[in-house]
Design a binder for this molecule. Structure first.
Ligand code: PMV
Length: 366
């Protein structure tokens, strides 16, 4: 039997080569993702307490260009532009990220970097931009690494990109491939690792092909509690250990559902995961609520619609008030109409974004 060789942290340390490049630019488009089995709780450095799995999105993405220029000083130097404007308030987060990954990408201190980024979704819409944003930077860095060391394989390229993205934001590790990515070591998912995300390795039932995700923008304001604070509150949480165990068990169950197409079981598991994530927030100390009254209204409307129409519509939630409405492609017309006529009334300015399963990052050429 051929057993894969597990990669360790030290395998991701870049060894300098004799190759050099003076000036080069790369542009990547990388997607956002939405977890079905949630990651909530971690240890240092960004090691998840349980395995998680997500749908990679298609339309919600970040496009990032990094212009690299060789310099003589040996420090991290970068400028940041977001949607064409200088964005110094985003800089500390990116600076921290670069410091964290310097041990694995020593070349970043040899170049001055100009980062230009834009999102396809409205800024501060409550859609996590850190997953697509961090993964886009990671892909640009790996493109430079590939020029400096052309021997690296595509598999290593993706794994290291995910490894780096993870150090920026845990869920970003799942934005490197599609349509389904697992992050966190799990006995039933081959090659799964706490260090990086891997593509779900089994054949997915056709019912999940082109699965739809309409993101209802219930509250576009700043979250009262950041996900960093939320993750930390799992350290002294009375239900934490059971939650981590349950998530790993749910991933085993979901892995089978994704292969056999049991859509009713999918609905049950995915909605339970969403509410459990928020139950962890409600039972943290200090406790907090990220759902809004309209989040609950929407959930009730989805349940009503499902019962009345024998539909396979369901929802999931991220760490916020927005609702992700999930449904199979064969119900697209009727559910799109339902969202337009009924659910959009509960959204800020009636806004929502229609998305669909995607296949991961794209390298763009200009
Ligand atoms: O990647 P972070 O640190 O922003 O955490 C994200 C956690 C959730 O979005 C709530 C769940 C998940 O698995 O994506």
């Amino acid at each position: 039997m051929c057993k894969f060789l597990a990669l360790n942290t030290s395998d991701f340390i870049y060894t300098p080569t004799n190759k050099s490049v003076e000036k080069i630019s790369f542009t990547w488009q990388t997607p956002s993702n939405i977890a079905l089995v949630k990651y909530w709780g971690k240890s240092n450095p960004q090691i998840p307490k349980n395995a998680s799995i997500s749908f990679t999105l298609n339309n919600c993405h970040t496009i990032t260009t990094i212009d690299f220029e060789k310099k003589s000083s040996n420090n991290i130097e970068f400028e940041l532009f977001f949607e064409g404007k200088k964005k110094d308030d985003f800089k500390p987060k990116i600076a921290k990220f670069f410091e964290r990954i310097l041990a694995y990408c020593s070349y970043i201190s040899e170049y001055s970097m100009v980062i230009n980024s834009e999102n396809s979704f409205p800024h501060s819409s409550g859609i996590a931009s850190s997953a697509s944003g961090m993964s886009a930077i990671a892909m640009c860095l790996m493109s430079l690494e590939k020029v400096l060391n052309p021997t690296i394989s595509e598999d290593f390229f993706n794994k290291k990109a995910s490894f780096l993205a993870r150090l920026g934001s845990g869920s970003a590790s799942r934005s490197i491939e599609g349509p389904l990515v697992v992050w966190g070591e799990h006995p039933e998912i081959e090659e799964s690792s706490d260090l990086f995300g891997v593509k779900f390795p089994y054949k997915i039932h056709p019912v999940f092909e082109n699965y739809q995700d309409a993101i209802l923008l219930v509250d576009k304001g700043e979250k009262q509690v950041s996900s960093t604070v939320g993750h930390n509150l799992m350290h002294n949480h009375p239900y934490a250990e059971n939650r981590f165990k349950q998530a790993n068990e749910n991933l085993s169950i979901l892995s089978k559902i994704l292969q056999n197409g049991e859509i009713k079981e999918f609905i049950n598991l995915v909605e339970s995961e969403a509410l459990t994530l928020h139950a962890m927030m409600l039972t943290s100390n200090p406790y907090f609520i990220l759902m809004k009254p309209n989040t609950i209204e929407i959930i009730n409307k989805i349940w009503e619609y499902r019962a009345e129409n024998n539909s396979n519509i369901c929802f999931t939630l991220d760490a916020g008030a927005n609702v992700h409405v999930l449904y199979p492609e064969n119900e697209k017309d009727s559910i799109d109409q339902f969202i337009k006529d009924i659910l959009s009334k509960y959204c800020q300015k009636n806004q929502y974004i229609c998305d669909v399963l995607g296949f991961g990052p794209k390298k763009l050429q200009y």
